[in-house]
Design a protein around this ligand. Structure first.
Ligand code: URA
Length: 242
């Protein structure tokens, strides 16, 4: 990777500002002054410093967000507030993007990263990554619904869903449930309940693959994944459980 890209990605300034830093001779790579913005750097091995301070460079960033209601899972939008708008400016420098989409009114676990390989794995329909949702459903959710979801239900466009696991927490006029699906069709959870004549009135994603929502995060809050969580994700990807 070019040193100017590495430095600007690390938050040292715009490409133009970084060029100035280099020209001023205050940037070193393995203790040698480097002035050429095109200098190639190995981020894993080379030690880059600005005025003697090590540049903490991470190629990839991973954020776990508790997405709030009313915000769209896109990187930019003319009219609507996006999940990227919820990130601090310093967390946006490495251009993270949401891994998959939650509806505007869906809350819960959303991973944001710039690790395209990992995102591709997690989103690939071939990998059947399980995603669990908590939902409040209007109407009495029954064991028959669980059976129907296990066998697959036909959505409004004729698509038959893959086996899904329904856990009824509380059944009544309003029911609390958890549903695990391994695909990600548009509005899937809402449409599955519509297929059995019921309406989802609240939806929150609580897990995706090996990641679970951190209950300490209030809607709209986020944190970096821990080293352990990143390692678990990498293993998940490597072992091709996905
Ligand atoms: N299913 C839905 O209906 N909406 C979501 O946001 C996610 C899954």
């Amino acid at each position: 990777m070019r040193i100017d890209k590495l430095l600007s990605n690390a938050g040292a300034g715009s490409r133009k500002e970084v060029k100035k830093l280099l020209k001023n001779g205050i940037v070193t790579v393995n203790d040698q002054v480097v002035k050429d913005p095109k200098t190639q750097i190995d981020p894993e091995k080379d030690v880059v410093m600005i005025s003697g301070e090590v540049v903490d460079y991470k190629e990839y960033v991973y954020f776990l967000m508790n997405k709030p209601d009313g915000v769209i899972s896109a990187t930019e939008d003319f009219f609507e507030k996006t999940v990227l708008d919820l990130l601090d400016e310093s967390d946006r420098v490495r251009s993270p993007f949401p891994v998959g989409r939650l509806d505007k009114d869906t809350e819960g676990l959303l991973l944001l990263t710039n690790d395209g390989g990992l995102a591709h794995h997690l989103l690939s329909p071939k990998k059947h990554v399980p995603k669990t949702y908590f939902a409040v459903v209007k109407g009495e959710v029954t064991e028959q619904d669980a059976e129907d979801f296990r066998k697959g239900v036909v959505l409004d466009d004729g698509y038959k869903t893959k086996p899904a696991s329904l856990n009824i927490i509380k059944s009544g006029m309003m029911s609390d449930i958890e549903l695990t699906i391994t695909e990600g069709k548009f509005h899937q959870v809402k449409r599955m309940f519509a297929a059995v004549g019921k309406k989802v009135v609240y939806l929150k994603r609580i897990s995706m693959g090996p990641l679970t929502l951190d209950e300490n995060l209030k809607p709209g809050e986020y944190r970096e994944l821990t080293e352990e969580e990143i390692e678990t994700l990498r293993q998940y990807e490597a072992e091709d459980f996905l």
